[in-house]
Write a protein that binds this ligand. Sequence first.
Ligand SMILES: [Zn+2]
Length: 379
Amino acid sequence: MFEIIYHPLYGELNEIELPKPYFESYESPLRCKLVWEYLKKIGYALRDFKRTEMQTNSQKNLVLKKPIPLKKDDLYLVHSKHHVEQVEKFTEDGCGQLGNLVRATEDTMEIALLSAGGAYEAIKDVYSKRNTQAFAIIRPPGHHAIPDAADGLCVFNNIALAIKKLRKELAFKGRIAIVDIDAHYGNGIANVFYEDPSVLYSSIHEFDFSMGDWGRFSEIGIGDGLGCNISFPVRLNSGDEAIKKYCDFVEPFLVKYSPAIIIVAAGFDGHWADPLGNLRYTSDGYRYFAQWLKKIARTICSDRVCFCLEGGYNLLMLPRLIETIISEFINIKCSPPVDKIPYKSIFGYGSTSEYIDKHYNSQVDKIRKRLNRIWKLMH
Ligand SMILES: [Zn+2]
């Protein structure tokens, strides 16, 4: 069965009130609320969660489950005392700038613990084979949050916390691979596991090669974790072609690493209609990714895949892109795509592959060779 994790509070708490759409206000309860309403509309969810904690939709091979929040003590598995205290203080005040692009409300602590709890529930159930795959429709996102601070709309690092808790409570020592498809580099996840060879973190993300940022090709881990951070920066406006290139690039490393479970940091802000990302993916790109992932998960980790929602701020596209992913895994025909607008008429050019030029390809080859050299020695 495929498990969907959702809590009604994701659709209610932590509404940022700002006079105009600053970045922070895009991370809104409507994101999850509309996904849930859409899942009901297409017959994936059967009813709202009230007292019931779980519902089974046997027709669609789905289980839907309400998670419980992480405990405050769990936060110390990843985060510093300072950061936890900051979140508590700002939540008490009910306002203020908690970190870079993170505003606090009186709900911040509650929703952030519930978001991490959702990630843990999904990953735990996939790990323990209670369900083979899962999608945690959670918010706020987590992949930018570093141990000592909130960052980029993220309060706590949901995936890192879930992995550390799984290690502690279920004594799981096996390898875990994280594939991050959010439009932005998950600097928080990379930070937590940068020296840890038991977690392979890999990300495809937009990168302004003229400015520089986190997530360069050369960020490949350090010490024992050398080679276990695979960063695949792509140019702005790259389109679906970049997803295909990334899948080809990372596949041999994932196969060789042979993780027990693959976790996807599932951000959808790479879609062309997203107000924050700049990658111009379409639903075809996400479908390609889901098909590819399903195929390799069968080969390397007995189908165990767990998606945790990260970014994705176009309220019309987010529900449909999540449907695109889930429908591939439960073998149901997806609703027809609604994002088939010719690029040329909007952006003034047709092909996207022209953006991935010779120089870029030579950089990809170089890093592939370098990682192969390191992996030969280490794995
Ligand atoms: Zn993002």
